[in-house]
Design a protein around this ligand. Structure first.
Ligand code: AHM
Ligand code: MG
Length: 337
């Protein structure tokens, strides 16, 4: 296969996806540079004194790790000065991130989780950056605001994630399929390694934090029982796989098929909607999975159709191969969802 990088791929696919115009290409190039910088820091994390907590608590009430903060700063700094974004939102920041005075504004808004799965950093487990790009909805002369960001996932014009692991890989879609690019450190470029990814129609693994079984409702318990049942449609139990790092669990599910679930639970009455965030986690992965012919639901609604009400809204996430996601929807429907 001739070596081709992300920008070349975008330009080659211009007909299928009209996104490869100058401003959008520049946006992707700035994201890529941010991912390379974050990847460099992640890969030397064991070598420098960058691991550990900063001692601060982020807007979700979790302790902030130094690498999360680093990744967040890289993305905010680079993307707010790129001249292509008019407003941003990060999982680590309470409100909307405005573009500093004096820098040009562009047509796009960006939502990101700078370093998902960061509780796994010390164990050398894959972590990743997740992102979504939208086009602004308000007139360009106006200062961009919340409404330019709070759009349903179906309005995304691009989304993806960069996974930092045994190799660094960018998986993204601009609405014309899903393509994977692996960072070749010897040339410093993300090269096309996984063209046109399609999730298998049916898989053989399920992925859920089963430690919370006692907090689930009857429908979710029946769902998981189905996957473990030797008499299910596959006539054998599914294998259980759970890393606890969404990007890693999703990436495996995308490539091998099967299902990932983070359902609602009764653990914390203040979080009745699950743990994962609609804007920075569920929407971009739902966009990717649908572009790869998979499905994503909150149990009742298609994730991409949900109208977000606030930036850090949580949502149950059930995502993966069509067969398994449809099965879960059927069981939930039977329980009156
Ligand atoms: P984070 O954004 O604070 O890293 O939290 C999200 C992570 C996901 O990567 C993962 O799927 C989930 O939390 C795991 O949660 P749990 O430990 O409750 O299973
Ligand atoms: Mg996260």
């Amino acid at each position: 296969m001739p070596e081709i990088n992300v920008t070349e791929h975008l330009l080659l696919n211009q007909k299928k996806s009209p996104m490869a115009r100058g401003q959008f290409t520049h946006l992707v190039n700035q994201l890529i540079l941010s991912f390379k910088i974050i990847s460099r820091e992640v890969s030397k994390a064991g070598l420098v004194d960058i691991l550990g907590f900063t001692g601060e608590i982020n807007v979700q009430g979790e302790q902030v790790k130094k690498l999360d903060e680093y990744a967040n700063n890289v993305l905010i700094h680079r993307m707010s000065r790129a001249g292509v974004i008019c407003a941003m939102s990060s999982e680590e920041n309470d409100g909307i991130i405005e573009i500093p005075e004096g820098f040009p504004r562009g047509d796009y808004t960006l939502v990101f989780d700078p370093l998902d799965g960061s509780s796994n950093i010390e164990a050398n487990i894959n972590i990743g950056t997740i992102f979504s790009v939208y086009r602004r909805t308000t007139p360009a002369e106006q200062e961009a605001g919340l409404e330019d960001i709070l759009q349903p996932g179906v309005e995304q014009v691009a989304a993806g994630y960069c996974i930092y692991g045994s190799s660094t890989m960018l998986v993204m879609s601009t609405g014309a399929g899903v393509h994977g690019f692996t960072l070749d450190p010897s040339v410093g470029e993300f090269l096309l390694s996984h063209p046109d990814i399609k999730i298998p129609e049916k898989g053989s693994t399920y992925s859920i934090n089963e430690g919370y079984t006692h907090y689930w409702d009857a429908a979710t318990r029946e769902v998981v029982d189905y996957f473990k049942d030797p008499n299910n449609d596959s006539r054998k139990p599914y294998s259980s796989r759970y890393i606890g790092s969404l990007v890693a669990d999703f990436h495996r599910t995308l490539l091998y098929g099967g299902i990932f679930l983070y359902p609602a639970d009764m653990r914390d009455p203040s979080k009745p909607k699950g743990k994962l965030r609609l804007m920075s986690e569920a929407n971009p992965l739902a966009y990717i999975v649908e572009q790869a012919w998979g499905l994503a639901t909150d149990g009742t609604h298609r994730i991409l159709d949900i109208q977000p009400k606030h930036l850090h809204q949580r949502v149950p996430l059930i995502i993966g191969s069509p067969f398994e996601v449809q099965k879960v929807r059927d069981i939930y429907r039977k329980h009156g969802y």
